[in-house]
Write a protein that binds this ligand. Structure first.
Ligand SMILES: *Cc1c(COP(=O)(O)O)cnc(C)c1O
Length: 369
């Protein structure tokens, strides 16, 4: 048995034992009871997204979150279309990478990692370039932990009559997102983030009218969003083999999210975890990369502490041996590490972690003498 430790990472994250237990059953993919679970999940996700079944629909897609993003970009941005990608981190840049690979025509509005893409600037780009048909952006940029203002961007995208695509991978389920009110046409997230399921598929909340327009446009067979929907929408049967165990775990995870009190309650827990973490880390000499006003509640980037010799590897193993796994930094220009606070993580976990880090720092100061 490998050592047990909790994940303070942005997904896969620490799931409940009851979610894990769901995976002890094997299911038949064309069985009616199993297909009903897929349909139930698709309905529940629409409710969590604050949209009506009349205007929106859910597509589940095998693979990790990136497969979901790639599915949307390669399925809905047609040969004659052009997409504006607004980025301020690695996940925004990954959308650029997807477009390059699939030869999708794009414009890249690149912001530094500690700043949000600006809605006014986006409005300006759209006004100058009428050939842009779609706009895409990340909500919670997991690279830094910044929470981008997709509401303001959605407003200008809608005012300009373009299609809005949001990667809400690490925020959906963890913060309230009124998808219809904010003008989002395609929202992508995955099973192993704030819904607190295990890895294996992504899901896309789609504006129906926009999804219908994408019929026949896909550049990939297996990632064809429309074809996946067409099959799944009939009776809940996935087009190709579905990750049955993951689907069962996800269904349980949604039930547990609702039991916790829905997204509002979960969001409150995540924010409380996050604010406590930051406050305590500051007292130990760790500063955050993102300023408080833009810091999201999911994951936090901390600078290495000053005045002690600090190596991430040593720090990581010291903490892991005591029960928690943290994350390395993803910035290229400064030395940082990241701590996630989503999943089955509670105040006592944050307090324990702070105790461990405090001991580590005491040890470092001792050896520095
Ligand atoms: C996790 C994540 C993804 C998807 O990453 P995968 O490794 O493919 O699951 C995409 N965007 C953001 C913002 C993420 O946090």
């Amino acid at each position: 048995m490998i050592n047990q430790y909790k994940l303070l990472t942005p997904g896969p994250l620490t799931t409940s034992d009851t979610v894990k237990q769901e995976m002890l059953v094997d299911r038949c993919t064309w069985d009616d009871d199993y297909k009903a679970i897929t349909q139930k999940i698709r309905k529940q996700l629409l409710m969590l997204a604050n949209v009506s079944e009349e205007d929106y629909t859910t597509v589940l897609m095998q693979g990790s979150g990136t497969f979901g993003v790639e599915s949307v970009l390669t399925s809905v941005v047609g040969e004659e279309d052009k997409i504006l990608i607004c980025s301020n981190g690695a996940y925004g840049e990954r959308m650029v990478d997807i477009c390059r690979h699939s030869k999708i025509s794009y414009v890249h509005y690149e912001q530094t990692y500690d700043c949000m893409p600006d809605a006014e600037k986006i409005a300006d780009i759209l006004a100058r370039d009428q050939s842009i048909t779609h706009v895409s952006m990340v909500h919670s940029e997991t690279t830094s932990g910044i929470l981008n203002d997709i509401q303001s961007v959605g407003k200008v995208v809608k005012a300009a009559g373009r299609t809005f695509i949001v990667d809400a991978m690490s925020s959906f389920g963890g913060v309230e997102i009124p998808v219809a009110d904010w003008g989002i046409d395609f929202l992508i997230s995955s099973a192993n983030k704030c819904i607190q399921g295990v890895p294996g598929f992504s899901f896309i909340i789609c504006k129906k009218s926009k999804l219908m327009e994408s019929k026949g446009k896909a550049r990939s067979l297996s990632l064809d969003l429309y074809a996946q929907w067409e099959c799944m929408n009939k009776d809940g049967k996935w087009r190709f083999t579905s990750p049955t165990h993951v689907v069962l775990a996800f269904s349980k995870a949604i039930d547990e999210l609702l039991e916790e009190g829905g997204i509002a309650a979960r969001s409150k827990r995540y924010y409380a975890n996050n604010r406590l973490l930051i406050e305590k880390m500051k007292t130990l000499g760790f500063d955050t990369y993102i300023d408080q006003a833009h810091q999201g509640p999911i994951i936090t980037t901390f600078f290495y502490p000053e005045g002690v010799s600090f190596q991430f590897d040593e720090f990581y193993h010291y903490i892991k041996e005591r029960g928690y796994a943290i994350y390395p930094g993803k910035l290229t220009d400064v030395d940082t590490f990241r701590v996630g606070n989503i999943g089955e993580i509670y105040q006592e976990d944050i307090e324990k972690l702070i105790g461990i880090i405090s001991d580590f720092m005491d040890m470092k100061k001792e050896t520095n003498k």
